[in-house]
Design a protein around this ligand. Structure first.
Ligand SMILES: Nc1ncnc2c1ncn2[C@@H]1O[C@H](COP(=O)(O)OP(=O)(O)OP(=O)(O)O)[C@@H](O)[C@H]1O
Length: 556
């Protein structure tokens, strides 16, 4: 059953190595030690073990973070000292500036300790709904910045055994810094929910785009499939497998460029009864698929497309989800690797050019059957006039793992004739195939309208055995909380890169010019330098909001 879920798996080579070392040690010891270990083992209840593991993780994270902060703080001071040396500043002013930096450092540390919570945000329009939660546009109250907030029910995570996967999602988003992946600003939790605060991508998702356009031209598809290749490549480089890449998870930014999202959650689909041999090529099919094949009227491409579109959203928001893009080896629990994401790419490309996914059926279980028996069911409708290159690429993605393009890396796919002429390193700088209409930062016109009264009710998570296991200090979710200071600052202080450049000797700024900025009030009455272009000397993390000089740096 697990294998049919849209889980993201982090490969853990180090853990594997540790496990095998442990096993070796155990093998060598034997005898008494074994029985002692067994007694020890029995004495430690699983709850205790869980607590120990959680505490260990907490302490490790804490000290790692402390060391990193200390190092960064030192670096900031060195940078400022260098800048001051270049800026022709008197010794007294230098001392004042350094004192000011220390004060900002203290504020920064206080802010790092600040626990983010849902109350820090004003919740606005709902833009997405999934099996485990919902996504809303929100505004951070202190800074006014707009983000997307994904809210996931802890009880649901526990009930469906998704704790590890939701952590994997958090880890991936925090770890992979790529313009093909949706950016995570912070994550936090309360008694009932986990929250991810992400960049808001106002261009909508690929599912909505495909529903609006029916099909794409090959040029349009080339652009989106190309960007998806880069996105998949970037997660694979970090040893992550997505397993559930589908149009709903391909989001479009303001300029129409694509970013991958939704790592780690899955919708359970019981495929334990699936067997490849049921429907092998040339044999008569049995069971319900045979019935479907016999009874279902043969649909034209247009009819199939209408049918698909009618069911699409219902499937997306259902607790079962759509299995249309999941690779056969994942469904069959055969063990799988990164290639499964390239299969999903093939299914998405097929849908872009044909209008519906290759193994579509009204019943998700039948779709699974068709997927595992893809040799029988993969067909291109005659009406869909695909180029030979497009058909060839799709066929080389929707095939056995051994033959699948991408098995030896993304370069195999990039080199396929369908992508002839694509300048891969310029793709994200090109004009997108469609530029979404976005009128302001809160515009949600590219998303489906949701009935806000559908918003998550709290009843189910408040009752039942899972409820007892929940608290904001829940061991299951230790380590979930996260703040991405660097991203936040990049986002909030556009142009910092230029400001960080060392001024040339001939154009040394005077101390006066460092403090000049009309919109900021002079605080020199408090014996502190006025906040003006002086702030440009401060490292970005310590930038202060211009709107309120008493505010600590604007971070999430
Ligand atoms: N950062 C974002 N910016 C804009 N829209 C988003 C963002 N994240 C999610 N969405 C919207 O919300 C929808 C659901 O998001 P997502 O797939 O992450 O939720 P989920 O609960 O994990 O869903 P699933 O049931 O597919 O696992 C997306 O298809 C997209 O339309």
């Amino acid at each position: 059953m697990d294998s049919a879920r849209s889980w993201l798996q982090k490969l853990q080579p180090r853990d594997k190595a540790r496990a095998s070392a442990k096993k070796k040690k155990e093998d060598n010891n034997g005898g008494n030690q074994d029985s002692n270990a067994a007694v020890d083992e029995a004495l430690l209840s699983s709850v205790t073990k869980q607590k120990v593991a959680a505490a260990k993780q907490y302490i490790e994270n804490h000290y790692k973070e402390q060391m990193k902060n200390l190092q960064e703080r030192k670096e900031r001071r060195t940078i400022l000292e260098k800048k001051l040396a270049d800026a022709d500043v008197s010794e007294e002013d230098q001392n004042n500036l350094l004192k000011f930096l220390e004060k900002k450092e203290t504020e920064y540390m206080r802010l790092q300790r600040h626990k983010m919570g849902v109350d820090d945000f004003e919740l606005l329009t709902m833009i997405g709904k999934g099996a485990f939660g919902e996504v809303k546009v929100c505004r951070e109250k202190t800074s006014g910045h707009v983000y997307a907030m994904k809210k996931l029910k802890k009880s649901e995570m526990l009930r469906r055994g998704q704790v590890e996967h939701v952590k994997a999602e958090r880890n991936l988003l925090a770890e992979v810094d790529s313009n093909c992946i949706v950016k995570l600003y912070c994550s936090f939790q309360d008694d009932e929910y986990l929250y991810l605060i992400m960049e808001y991508l106002p261009g909508g998702d690929m599912m909505t785009l495909l529903m609006r356009k029916d099909t794409l031209t090959e040029d349009e598809a080339r652009f989106y499939v190309g960007e998806t290749v880069l996105a998949i490549e970037s997660i694979h480089k970090h040893n992550y497998i997505h397993r559930d890449i589908k149009p709903d998870n391909l989001l479009l930014d303001r300029y129409g460029h694509l970013k991958l999202s939704d790592f780690g959650l899955c919708k359970p689909l019981d495929c334990s009864t699936l067997e490849e041999k049921d429907f092998s090529v040339g044999q008569n099919v049995n069971g319900s698929t045979q019935n479907e094949e016999r009874t279902a009227p043969k649909r034209s491409q247009q009819e199939q497309l209408q049918h698909w579109q009618m069911n699409r959203r219902t499937l997306a928001y259902s607790t079962v989800g759509t299995p249309d893009y999941i690779a056969p080896e994942v469904l069959l629990k055969k063990g799988y690797g990164m290639e499964c994401d390239w299969w999903s790419l093939g299914a998405i490309m097929y849908e872009m050019l044909v209008g519906f996914p290759p193994f579509y059926s009204d019943d998700p279980m039948l779709t699974c059957r068709k997927i595992v028996n893809w040799k029988t069911y993969l067909k291109f409708p005659e009406e869909a006039r695909l180029s030979l290159e497009a058909k060839d690429l799709i066929s080389k993605l929707l095939c056995n793992v051994n033959q699948r393009l991408g098995t030896k890396g993304a370069d195999e796919i990039k080199a396929h004739p369908f992508f002839k002429g694509v300048e891969w390193d310029k793709l994200y700088q090109m004009e997108a195939a469609f530029i979404p209409e976005v009128n302001d930062e809160l515009d949600t016109q590219n998303f489906e309208k949701f009935d806000e009264s559908d918003s998550q009710t709290q009843s189910s998570s408040r009752s039942g055995p899972w409820r007892k296991m929940l608290s904001s200090k829940d061991l299951n979710f230790v380590g979930y909380t996260y703040k991405n200071f660097e991203i936040v600052n990049d986002y909030q202080v556009p142009g910092m890169a230029e400001l960080k450049k060392k001024p040339s000797k001939s154009k040394r700024p005077s101390i006066k010019s460092l403090f000049e900025t009309p919109e900021v009030s002079d605080t020199s009455a408090n014996n502190q330098p006025a906040q003006g272009s002086f702030l440009k000397l401060l490292p970005p993390q310590l930038e202060v909001s211009h709107s309120d000089k008493n505010l600590p740096p604007r971070v999430l």
